[in-house]
Design a protein around this ligand. Sequence first.
Ligand code: NAI
Length: 361
Amino acid sequence: MNDSNLSLNALEEMSRCGHERVCYHVDEETGLRALIAVHSTKLGNALGGVRRWHYANEHEALFDVLRLSEGMTWKAACAGLAMGGAKSVIMLPERGAPGTRDIAHAMGRFIDTFNGAYIGAEDVGVSPEFTDWMLEKTDHVMGGTGDGQGGDPSPHTAMGVIYGMQASLRHVGRDQFAGLTVAIQGLGSVGTYLAQFLNERGAELIVADHHDDRVQHILDTCNARGVSCEEILGVECDIMAPCALGAILDEKSIPTLKTGIICGAANNVLRDPEADAHRLSDRDILYAPDFVVNAGGLIHLAGLYLGYTLPQLEAMIARIEETTMTVFEMTKEHKTTGHAALALAKLRIEEGTAQEQVNAH
Ligand code: NAI
């Protein structure tokens, strides 16, 4: 495929997904190359992480930012936020390139040109320090270490997953974690908090991570046993919580699952959202859609930006349980839980837009 075909495909993809605005910025002085994609501002300004990643080329980065920003629209709408969907990516010249203060400043200035329509936050490759540096050049970034910035969203994401699990348990006629076995794939920022919250609720844990120290910490502090990263998806458990990477459930791994419920933080866990959702339901495995149950961190940061108090934010995160129940209920009229969640997001956007029109008259 030549370059003009690739560009055409990217533009087609942009209009197919319904993006409002996509900007590419090159800052010659610092070498920053970045994309900001605003998918929708129908419900309000849009908060989404800044991802620092090494892509093979600009087109790969463009497809990633288009896909991720669209996902943020559905996530924010399902979360009941007056927020749209957006995301940005910084293209690293090589893997592991350092995030300097100058580059963070250049990204902060780029974000500022959106006048708040796009609000940046942490994502893969962005540290709290880098976030603080971006904040030196724009007010439209959340997740920094300063007062009211929200800090690390991970504990809130983990708490949202707990509510998603509670809904899943209610759906299959169970009501408590005590006596249940929960497997967690990945003990990073979210997986570690999730393990602690589940341990406090009496669940037995099976955990795996490439980092032995992270596994050891959970074995030392929780009722848990460790297995290898190759084994984790096949262990017998009541709930499987993917908290590592996306695309881990596919035609190979789904037949090996020995769980009744999938509910975790990792984004886009189904390699093929359509076929894999059917594979799960054919095996009678309940799938709690990732973008519904992993919205706790977004709710925390976006809610703070919108001026909600901490108790209000906790209540909004707790509503993930009812939203997940609604999605399961709606699945009677939709092919899969993923389709139902998308339908719920679209309904909320329609209702929100209609409400705005009423308010404007
Ligand atoms: P992280 O990078 O801190 O942790 C991921 C962990 O997974 C690492 O410890 C890594 O060693 C481990 N891992 C990677 N491959 C593995 C494998 N095959 N088996 C077992 N462990 C493996 O990431 P974080 O922040 O904890 O996020 C986890 C997932 O949740 C990611 O997919 C992220 O996109 C998603 N997410 C995170 C949010 C947050 O608030 N941090 C919000 C929403 C989604």
